[in-house]
Design a binder for this molecule. Structure first.
Ligand code: UT7
Length: 319
Protein backbone atom coordinates (compact mmCIF):
# COMPACT_ATOMS: atom_id res chain seq x y z
CA UNK A 1 0.00 0.00 0.00
CA UNK A 2 1.09 3.56 -0.69
CA UNK A 3 0.51 6.22 1.94
CA UNK A 4 1.60 9.78 2.50
CA UNK A 5 3.32 11.23 5.54
CA UNK A 6 4.51 14.68 6.53
CA UNK A 7 8.30 14.76 6.19
CA UNK A 8 8.88 18.36 7.26
CA UNK A 9 7.05 21.50 8.39
CA UNK A 10 7.78 25.21 8.08
CA UNK A 11 6.21 28.49 9.11
CA UNK A 12 6.65 32.17 8.45
CA UNK A 13 5.29 35.25 10.18
CA UNK A 14 6.02 38.74 8.82
CA UNK A 15 8.32 40.97 10.85
CA UNK A 16 5.80 43.68 11.75
CA UNK A 17 3.74 42.94 14.87
CA UNK A 18 0.43 44.68 15.63
CA UNK A 19 -0.54 44.33 19.29
CA UNK A 20 -3.94 44.71 20.91
CA UNK A 21 -2.66 47.96 22.42
CA UNK A 22 -1.82 49.22 18.92
CA UNK A 23 -5.43 48.44 17.91
CA UNK A 24 -6.75 50.43 20.87
CA UNK A 25 -5.40 53.50 19.06
CA UNK A 26 -7.12 52.56 15.79
CA UNK A 27 -10.66 51.46 16.76
CA UNK A 28 -12.93 51.51 19.83
CA UNK A 29 -11.60 48.32 21.44
CA UNK A 30 -9.45 47.20 24.35
CA UNK A 31 -6.71 44.70 24.98
CA UNK A 32 -8.93 43.20 27.68
CA UNK A 33 -11.89 42.67 25.30
CA UNK A 34 -9.73 41.08 22.60
CA UNK A 35 -7.89 38.79 25.04
CA UNK A 36 -10.97 37.58 26.89
CA UNK A 37 -13.27 37.25 23.84
CA UNK A 38 -10.72 35.75 21.43
CA UNK A 39 -7.44 34.82 23.18
CA UNK A 40 -5.48 36.91 20.66
CA UNK A 41 -2.64 39.11 21.96
CA UNK A 42 -0.89 40.11 18.74
CA UNK A 43 -0.89 39.48 15.01
CA UNK A 44 1.72 39.94 12.25
CA UNK A 45 1.22 42.24 9.28
CA UNK A 46 2.89 41.73 5.89
CA UNK A 47 5.13 44.48 4.53
CA UNK A 48 3.71 46.51 1.64
CA UNK A 49 5.91 44.71 -0.89
CA UNK A 50 5.33 41.25 0.58
CA UNK A 51 2.96 38.89 -1.25
CA UNK A 52 1.31 35.60 -0.28
CA UNK A 53 3.78 33.77 -2.55
CA UNK A 54 6.76 35.39 -0.75
CA UNK A 55 5.53 34.21 2.63
CA UNK A 56 4.79 30.76 1.17
CA UNK A 57 8.34 30.64 -0.20
CA UNK A 58 9.90 31.18 3.25
CA UNK A 59 7.64 28.58 4.86
CA UNK A 60 8.34 26.05 2.07
CA UNK A 61 12.11 26.48 2.32
CA UNK A 62 11.92 25.68 6.04
CA UNK A 63 9.64 22.67 5.43
CA UNK A 64 11.95 21.32 2.70
CA UNK A 65 15.02 21.77 4.91
CA UNK A 66 13.26 19.99 7.79
CA UNK A 67 12.18 17.15 5.49
CA UNK A 68 15.53 16.82 3.71
CA UNK A 69 13.80 17.34 0.36
CA UNK A 70 15.29 19.51 -2.39
CA UNK A 71 13.23 21.74 -4.70
CA UNK A 72 14.07 19.40 -7.58
CA UNK A 73 12.34 16.52 -5.74
CA UNK A 74 8.99 18.36 -5.50
CA UNK A 75 6.44 17.07 -8.03
CA UNK A 76 3.23 18.75 -6.80
CA UNK A 77 2.45 22.17 -5.31
CA UNK A 78 -0.90 23.01 -3.74
CA UNK A 79 -1.41 26.43 -2.19
CA UNK A 80 -4.42 27.15 0.00
CA UNK A 81 -5.16 30.86 0.00
CA UNK A 82 -8.03 33.33 0.05
CA UNK A 83 -5.66 36.21 -0.60
CA UNK A 84 -3.76 35.26 -3.78
CA UNK A 85 -1.07 37.52 -5.22
CA UNK A 86 -3.35 38.32 -8.17
CA UNK A 87 -6.41 36.98 -9.99
CA UNK A 88 -4.17 34.77 -12.10
CA UNK A 89 -1.74 33.08 -12.47
CA UNK A 90 -2.27 31.07 -9.32
CA UNK A 91 -0.14 31.74 -6.26
CA UNK A 92 1.04 28.13 -6.62
CA UNK A 93 2.50 28.86 -10.07
CA UNK A 94 4.18 32.04 -8.79
CA UNK A 95 5.60 30.05 -5.86
CA UNK A 96 6.79 27.33 -8.20
CA UNK A 97 8.74 29.90 -10.22
CA UNK A 98 10.24 31.46 -7.06
CA UNK A 99 11.32 27.97 -5.95
CA UNK A 100 12.97 27.38 -9.33
CA UNK A 101 10.86 24.29 -10.04
CA UNK A 102 10.29 23.92 -13.77
CA UNK A 103 7.58 21.33 -14.29
CA UNK A 104 5.06 19.88 -11.88
CA UNK A 105 1.34 20.37 -11.32
CA UNK A 106 0.73 23.53 -9.29
CA UNK A 107 -2.64 24.99 -8.33
CA UNK A 108 -4.50 26.94 -5.65
CA UNK A 109 -7.28 25.69 -3.42
CA UNK A 110 -9.91 28.15 -2.20
CA UNK A 111 -11.68 26.85 0.89
CA UNK A 112 -10.96 29.84 3.15
CA UNK A 113 -9.95 28.78 6.69
CA UNK A 114 -10.39 25.08 5.81
CA UNK A 115 -8.09 25.52 2.82
CA UNK A 116 -5.09 23.73 4.28
CA UNK A 117 -7.20 20.70 5.22
CA UNK A 118 -8.60 20.61 1.66
CA UNK A 119 -5.10 20.98 0.17
CA UNK A 120 -3.58 18.31 2.41
CA UNK A 121 -6.40 15.86 1.64
CA UNK A 122 -5.96 16.51 -2.10
CA UNK A 123 -2.18 16.00 -1.98
CA UNK A 124 -2.70 12.79 0.01
CA UNK A 125 -4.95 11.47 -2.76
CA UNK A 126 -2.38 12.36 -5.46
CA UNK A 127 0.29 10.44 -3.55
CA UNK A 128 -1.92 7.43 -2.79
CA UNK A 129 -2.87 7.27 -6.47
CA UNK A 130 0.84 7.12 -7.37
CA UNK A 131 0.70 10.45 -9.21
CA UNK A 132 3.45 12.13 -7.20
CA UNK A 133 6.09 11.43 -4.55
CA UNK A 134 6.79 14.77 -2.83
CA UNK A 135 4.16 17.48 -2.51
CA UNK A 136 4.44 20.96 -1.07
CA UNK A 137 1.20 21.83 0.71
CA UNK A 138 0.97 25.43 1.81
CA UNK A 139 -1.45 27.81 3.54
CA UNK A 140 -0.56 31.47 3.03
CA UNK A 141 -2.68 34.53 3.77
CA UNK A 142 -2.51 38.32 3.85
CA UNK A 143 -5.83 39.14 5.51
CA UNK A 144 -4.60 42.60 6.48
CA UNK A 145 -5.39 43.63 2.87
CA UNK A 146 -9.03 42.50 2.96
CA UNK A 147 -9.93 43.90 6.39
CA UNK A 148 -11.95 47.03 7.01
CA UNK A 149 -9.64 48.65 9.57
CA UNK A 150 -12.55 50.71 10.91
CA UNK A 151 -14.64 47.61 11.75
CA UNK A 152 -13.70 46.50 15.27
CA UNK A 153 -15.81 43.36 14.88
CA UNK A 154 -13.39 41.89 12.34
CA UNK A 155 -10.11 43.83 12.17
CA UNK A 156 -8.92 42.64 15.61
CA UNK A 157 -9.29 38.97 14.68
CA UNK A 158 -7.02 38.30 11.73
CA UNK A 159 -3.31 38.30 10.91
CA UNK A 160 -0.89 37.42 8.11
CA UNK A 161 1.37 34.39 7.83
CA UNK A 162 2.19 31.13 6.05
CA UNK A 163 2.66 27.49 6.98
CA UNK A 164 3.83 24.61 4.82
CA UNK A 165 4.48 20.89 4.87
CA UNK A 166 6.31 18.49 2.60
CA UNK A 167 4.04 15.50 2.11
CA UNK A 168 5.97 12.47 0.92
CA UNK A 169 5.24 8.93 -0.29
CA UNK A 170 5.60 6.25 2.37
CA UNK A 171 4.88 2.55 2.78
CA UNK A 172 3.35 3.29 6.21
CA UNK A 173 0.80 5.94 7.24
CA UNK A 174 1.11 8.90 7.68
CA UNK A 175 -2.25 10.22 6.89
CA UNK A 176 -4.90 7.76 8.06
CA UNK A 177 -7.97 9.51 6.66
CA UNK A 178 -9.31 12.87 5.53
CA UNK A 179 -12.83 14.24 5.75
CA UNK A 180 -14.04 17.22 3.71
CA UNK A 181 -17.37 19.03 3.92
CA UNK A 182 -19.03 22.12 2.49
CA UNK A 183 -22.48 23.68 2.69
CA UNK A 184 -22.87 26.75 0.49
CA UNK A 185 -26.23 27.44 2.12
CA UNK A 186 -24.24 29.22 4.84
CA UNK A 187 -22.13 31.25 2.41
CA UNK A 188 -23.40 34.65 3.59
CA UNK A 189 -22.39 34.47 7.27
CA UNK A 190 -18.69 34.88 6.44
CA UNK A 191 -17.68 36.41 3.14
CA UNK A 192 -15.71 39.01 1.23
CA UNK A 193 -18.58 40.02 -1.05
CA UNK A 194 -16.59 41.91 -3.66
CA UNK A 195 -15.59 41.28 -7.26
CA UNK A 196 -13.83 43.03 -10.10
CA UNK A 197 -15.75 44.03 -13.20
CA UNK A 198 -14.55 46.27 -16.01
CA UNK A 199 -11.54 47.37 -13.96
CA UNK A 200 -13.65 48.42 -10.98
CA UNK A 201 -14.33 46.78 -7.62
CA UNK A 202 -17.98 45.91 -7.14
CA UNK A 203 -19.47 45.10 -3.75
CA UNK A 204 -17.49 45.21 -0.51
CA UNK A 205 -14.00 43.71 -0.77
CA UNK A 206 -13.69 43.35 3.02
CA UNK A 207 -14.27 40.50 5.46
CA UNK A 208 -17.91 40.57 6.62
CA UNK A 209 -18.91 38.20 9.36
CA UNK A 210 -21.88 37.34 11.55
CA UNK A 211 -19.58 36.49 14.45
CA UNK A 212 -22.09 34.76 16.71
CA UNK A 213 -23.55 32.58 13.95
CA UNK A 214 -20.07 31.57 12.79
CA UNK A 215 -19.07 30.83 16.38
CA UNK A 216 -21.98 28.41 16.93
CA UNK A 217 -21.56 26.73 13.55
CA UNK A 218 -17.81 26.24 14.14
CA UNK A 219 -18.31 24.58 17.52
CA UNK A 220 -20.90 22.20 16.09
CA UNK A 221 -18.96 20.98 13.05
CA UNK A 222 -15.54 20.90 14.73
CA UNK A 223 -16.95 18.36 17.19
CA UNK A 224 -18.80 16.31 14.56
CA UNK A 225 -15.83 15.94 12.22
CA UNK A 226 -13.60 14.63 15.01
CA UNK A 227 -16.06 11.80 15.71
CA UNK A 228 -16.29 11.12 11.96
CA UNK A 229 -12.49 10.74 11.71
CA UNK A 230 -12.28 8.57 14.81
CA UNK A 231 -15.11 6.28 13.65
CA UNK A 232 -13.45 5.67 10.28
CA UNK A 233 -10.29 4.53 12.03
CA UNK A 234 -11.96 2.69 14.93
CA UNK A 235 -10.21 4.98 17.40
CA UNK A 236 -11.41 6.62 20.61
CA UNK A 237 -11.11 10.25 21.72
CA UNK A 238 -8.46 9.09 24.20
CA UNK A 239 -6.32 7.88 21.24
CA UNK A 240 -5.82 11.48 20.06
CA UNK A 241 -2.42 12.67 21.27
CA UNK A 242 -2.73 16.13 19.73
CA UNK A 243 -5.70 18.12 18.48
CA UNK A 244 -4.67 20.97 16.17
CA UNK A 245 -7.78 23.02 15.39
CA UNK A 246 -8.10 26.08 13.18
CA UNK A 247 -6.82 29.00 15.27
CA UNK A 248 -9.74 31.45 15.19
CA UNK A 249 -10.87 31.98 18.76
CA UNK A 250 -9.63 30.39 22.00
CA UNK A 251 -13.25 30.12 23.21
CA UNK A 252 -14.11 27.97 20.16
CA UNK A 253 -11.04 25.81 20.85
CA UNK A 254 -11.83 25.48 24.58
CA UNK A 255 -15.45 24.65 23.89
CA UNK A 256 -14.57 22.03 21.25
CA UNK A 257 -12.03 20.39 23.56
CA UNK A 258 -14.48 20.38 26.48
CA UNK A 259 -17.32 18.85 24.43
CA UNK A 260 -14.97 16.13 23.16
CA UNK A 261 -13.45 15.54 26.61
CA UNK A 262 -9.93 16.31 25.38
CA UNK A 263 -7.74 18.00 28.04
CA UNK A 264 -6.22 21.30 26.90
CA UNK A 265 -2.74 19.81 27.48
CA UNK A 266 -3.39 17.81 24.29
CA UNK A 267 -4.58 20.80 22.25
CA UNK A 268 -2.23 23.07 20.30
CA UNK A 269 -3.29 26.72 20.58
CA UNK A 270 -0.96 29.33 19.11
CA UNK A 271 -3.44 32.06 18.13
CA UNK A 272 -2.30 34.37 20.94
CA UNK A 273 0.86 34.98 18.89
CA UNK A 274 -0.61 35.37 15.38
CA UNK A 275 -4.40 35.69 15.47
CA UNK A 276 -6.57 34.02 12.85
CA UNK A 277 -4.36 33.47 9.78
CA UNK A 278 -7.11 31.57 7.89
CA UNK A 279 -5.60 28.83 5.68
CA UNK A 280 -2.18 29.32 7.31
CA UNK A 281 -3.36 28.76 10.87
CA UNK A 282 -3.26 24.94 11.04
CA UNK A 283 0.17 24.45 9.39
CA UNK A 284 1.57 27.31 11.50
CA UNK A 285 0.32 25.69 14.72
CA UNK A 286 1.58 22.29 13.54
CA UNK A 287 5.01 23.70 12.76
CA UNK A 288 5.28 25.38 16.17
CA UNK A 289 4.30 22.16 17.99
CA UNK A 290 6.68 20.01 15.91
CA UNK A 291 9.62 22.37 16.39
CA UNK A 292 9.15 22.74 20.14
CA UNK A 293 9.19 18.95 20.46
CA UNK A 294 5.58 18.46 21.60
CA UNK A 295 4.69 16.17 18.69
CA UNK A 296 6.75 12.99 18.49
CA UNK A 297 6.84 10.02 16.10
CA UNK A 298 4.02 7.51 16.42
CA UNK A 299 1.53 9.93 17.96
CA UNK A 300 -1.99 10.46 16.60
CA UNK A 301 -2.51 14.04 15.45
CA UNK A 302 -5.90 15.37 14.40
CA UNK A 303 -5.97 18.53 12.28
CA UNK A 304 -9.33 20.22 11.80
CA UNK A 305 -10.57 23.40 10.17
CA UNK A 306 -13.71 25.40 9.51
CA UNK A 307 -14.26 28.52 7.45
CA UNK A 308 -16.18 30.51 4.89
CA UNK A 309 -18.22 28.66 2.35
CA UNK A 310 -19.08 27.17 4.74
CA UNK A 311 -16.35 24.56 4.57
CA UNK A 312 -14.99 22.24 7.23
CA UNK A 313 -12.89 19.12 7.48
CA UNK A 314 -10.28 17.07 9.29
CA UNK A 315 -7.16 15.05 8.61
CA UNK A 316 -6.16 12.32 11.06
CA UNK A 317 -2.55 11.17 10.91
CA UNK A 318 0.05 9.15 12.71
CA UNK A 319 3.16 11.29 13.12
O1 UT7 B 1 -11.90 31.81 10.65
C1 UT7 B 1 -13.25 31.63 10.37
C2 UT7 B 1 -13.99 31.40 11.55
N1 UT7 B 1 -14.22 32.65 12.29
C3 UT7 B 1 -14.51 32.53 13.55
O2 UT7 B 1 -14.46 31.45 14.06
C4 UT7 B 1 -14.97 33.75 14.33
C5 UT7 B 1 -16.16 33.33 15.14
N2 UT7 B 1 -16.73 34.36 15.96
C6 UT7 B 1 -16.07 34.86 17.04
O3 UT7 B 1 -14.94 34.52 17.30
C7 UT7 B 1 -16.81 35.81 17.95
O4 UT7 B 1 -18.17 35.83 17.61
C8 UT7 B 1 -16.26 37.25 17.93
C9 UT7 B 1 -14.90 37.30 18.59
C10 UT7 B 1 -16.16 37.76 16.50
C11 UT7 B 1 -17.18 38.19 18.71
O5 UT7 B 1 -17.31 37.70 20.04
P1 UT7 B 1 -18.74 37.63 20.72
O6 UT7 B 1 -18.55 37.19 22.11
O7 UT7 B 1 -19.59 36.78 19.83
O8 UT7 B 1 -19.19 39.13 20.74
P2 UT7 B 1 -20.46 39.80 20.05
O9 UT7 B 1 -20.32 39.84 18.57
O10 UT7 B 1 -21.70 39.18 20.61
O11 UT7 B 1 -20.36 41.27 20.60
C12 UT7 B 1 -20.46 41.56 22.01
C13 UT7 B 1 -20.21 43.02 22.22
C14 UT7 B 1 -21.02 43.91 21.27
O12 UT7 B 1 -21.41 45.08 22.00
P3 UT7 B 1 -22.89 45.21 22.61
O13 UT7 B 1 -23.81 45.10 21.42
O14 UT7 B 1 -23.05 44.07 23.56
O15 UT7 B 1 -22.87 46.55 23.26
C15 UT7 B 1 -20.03 44.29 20.22
O16 UT7 B 1 -20.33 45.54 19.61
O17 UT7 B 1 -18.83 43.32 21.95
C16 UT7 B 1 -18.77 44.42 21.03
N3 UT7 B 1 -17.55 44.26 20.25
C17 UT7 B 1 -16.37 44.77 20.64
N4 UT7 B 1 -16.01 45.48 21.72
C18 UT7 B 1 -14.73 45.83 21.83
C19 UT7 B 1 -17.39 43.62 19.06
N5 UT7 B 1 -16.10 43.71 18.68
C20 UT7 B 1 -15.46 44.41 19.63
C21 UT7 B 1 -14.13 44.81 19.81
N6 UT7 B 1 -13.80 45.51 20.92
N7 UT7 B 1 -13.16 44.51 18.92
Amino acid sequence: MTYSRIAGTGGYLPEKILTNHDLERMVDTSDEWIRTRTGIVQRHIAADNEMASDMALYACRKAMAAGGVAAGDIDLIIVATTTPDMIFPSTACILQDKLGIEDCPAFDVQAVCSGFIYALATADMFIRAGKCRNALVVGTEIYSRILDWTDRGTCVLFGDGAGAVVLTQSDRPGILSSHLHADGGHRKILAVPGSICGGKVEGKPFVMMEGNTVFKFAIKVLEEVVYEALAENTLQVSDIDWLIPHQANIRIILSTAKKLGIPMEKVVATLDKHGNTSAASIPLALDIAVRDGRITRGQHVLLEGVGGGFTWGAVLLRW
